[in-house]
Write a protein that binds this ligand. Structure first.
Ligand code: URA
Length: 241
């Protein structure tokens, strides 16, 4: 990476405005590779130089990739005047990267949500031509049948006339209330709920389990998150070229 001005690097990392980090630097609070640097216009390589500000090592990188176990009741947006967003759940040191959710889960849906500031990957994962599979678990009011499986396999017609792509429905339990898993290859608004409406049933609970090669880490409690591992990232990049 090209060398960048120290004040730009520190401001990008959320240590203050350019003016503020200039003042901090001038006061002798910043070292680069062990030497105090007072001139914030000094050029540094943020990936290779060891930059310490007020005793804290600056861990510079451009992108952040987060897997969140989204809780119900929180919206998949970056900001909202009234409602809590998934970004509000991030720690300051993660939020400063200004990441955004990849697609949306409904407010009452929980489960796997990818959050990143890599706009290019975000775009590719959502692109209809990539058909990235998404797997959900759902509780259903009503008996889910073999004929529903066949309907989903053909593609169903939603309330607005849109014919969905084929989806794979698996019945885990069938009764007055049923438990199912479904894999869809697109992401229309309220898609799973509307697919069940089209066969006369109601989703009462919805959880996303997988998106492409990513599986929800069961160690993550509702509302918790972690960064993706290198293996997860590699798999994600290769599924959305
Ligand atoms: N389908 C839905 O109906 N809701 C979601 O949140 C995701 C898929």
């Amino acid at each position: 990476m090209a060398r960048e001005r120290l004040d730009k690097v520190l401001a990008n990392m959320g240590y203050g405005t350019r003016k503020e980090v200039k003042a901090i630097t001038k006061s002798g609070e910043v070292t680069v590779n062990g030497s105090i640097v007072k001139d914030s216009s000094t050029h540094v390589n943020p990936y290779e130089d060891e930059i310490i500000i007020s005793g804290e090592r600056v861990n510079y990188r451009e992108y952040i990739y987060i897997m969140m176990h989204k809780p119900p009741g929180v919206i998949s947006a970056t900001e909202d005047r009234n409602l809590e967003t998934v970004i509000d759940l991030l720690e300051y040191e993660d939020a400063i990267f200004k990441p955004a959710p990849v697609g949306r889960l409904d407010k009452d849906t929980e489960g796997l949500l990818l959050i990143t500031n890599d706009g290019d990957l975000n775009h590719r994962l959502l692109s209809p031509k990539n058909h990235v599979p998404k797997k959900y678990y759902a509780d259903i009011d009503g008996k889910v049948t073999e004929s529903d499986i066949a309907e989903f396999k053909k593609g169903v017609v939603l309330d607005d006339g849109y014919e969905t792509m084929p989806a794979e429905l698996t019945i885990l339990e069938a009764g007055e209330k049923s438990k199912i898993e479904v894999v869809i290859y697109e992401g229309k608004y309220h898609q799973v709920k509307r697919m069940f409406e089209s066969v006369g049933k109601k989703v009462t609970y919805l959880k996303r389990l997988e998106m492409g090669p990513l599986k929800l880490d069961e160690e993550l409690e509702i509302g918790e998150y972690r960064e993706l591992t290198d293996e997860e990232l590699e798999a994600l990049f290769s599924c959305a070229k």
